[in-house]
Design a protein around this ligand. Structure first.
Ligand code: ADP
Ligand code: MG
Length: 251
């Protein structure tokens, strides 16, 4: 039985009068690859944004390793050990792959005399290399980011999220826009990453998620309607009904 890493309690979120999330309580254990699935508009990204500190909940609380996270700005989430991937817009297209990750590593440090210290610079470079190694991009380190294939850009986003060496890595639809081959490569990468840290995925692709995850949560209309192993989710009548007729079925 692994330790609890993150706990969300009675999370709600409104946008004006619209209720995007309602009364979600869930606890995430260390070392598990957990996925959150649900149809478009279910509230997955909203929940993801709350768990990563990008958005405040309208109600409820978050606890990471026993510490309340309520009201903390996102960079404090990163310092606590929670990191997330950003969309491609966060990549500097004209910098190399390695420079992109190094800039992210630099942004984590608060020291202004960093450039004066050769040792610190070496450390940043090493951190960047380790993150690139973790996502299998080390051979592309000198490539200009905009010249990478789509799947490699998504891997670069993950490398950027990894420079803070997070205990909990949150990824929102890491296979979005990918064909079958790139999706297979990303799934293999997610499996590797989850061996060394806790990974929480938000995904639209049911089949992929059921093959990859240890635990699956299902959101529908802002509510948590199922929480279980992939087999339990496969056998859940309500989940089947929701996904019936969707383009991305069980497969
Ligand atoms: P998902 O990621 O599951 O597709 P989202 O979390 O993006 O769903 O959105 C859930 C619901 O909340 C949708 O109906 C969406 O239109 C609404 N929503 C999300 N963000 C905002 C916002 N900033 N302002 C108003 N409505 C929003
Ligand atoms: Mg979304």
């Amino acid at each position: 039985m692994s330790a609890e890493l993150l706990r969300a309690e009675r999370i709600g979120r409104r946008f004006g009068g619209f209720v995007a999330l309602e009364d979600i309580s869930v606890s995430f254990s260390a070392g598990q690859l957990t996925s959150i699935i649900g149809p478009n508009g279910a509230g997955k990204s909203t929940f993801f944004n709350i768990l990563s500190g990008a958005l405040s909940p309208s109600s409820g609380s978050l606890c990471f390793k026993g510490r309340e996270l309520n009201g903390l700005p996102q960079h404090r989430f990163v310092h606590q050990g929670i990191s997330r991937s950003y969309q491609i817009t966060n990549i500097f297209p004209d910098l190399t792959v390695h420079e992109n990750v190094r800039v992210a590593a630099q942004a984590l440090t608060v020291s202004y005399d960093i450039w004066r210290s050769r040792a610190r610079l070496d450390e940043l470079n090493m951190r960047a290399d380790a993150a690139l190694e973790a996502v299998g991009l080390q051979e592309k380190r000198s490539t200009i980011a905009k010249l990478l294939a789509h799947g490699q850009q998504r891997a670069l986003e993950i490398a950027i999220a990894l420079v803070s060496e997070p205990e909990l890595l949150l990824l929102d639809e890491p296979t979005a826009g990918m064909g079958p081959e790139e999706t297979r490569e990303m799934v293999a990468l997610l499996e590797r990453l989850s061996q060394r840290r806790t990974v929480l995925l938000v995904e639209h692709k049911m089949k992929m998620v059921l093959g990859l995850s240890k635990r699956v949560l299902v959101l529908h209309h802002g509510r948590l309607i199922a929480d279980g192993t992939p087999d339990e989710i496969r056998g859940n009548a309500e989940v089947r009904r929701i996904y019936l007729g969707q383009s991305e079925g069980y497969g």
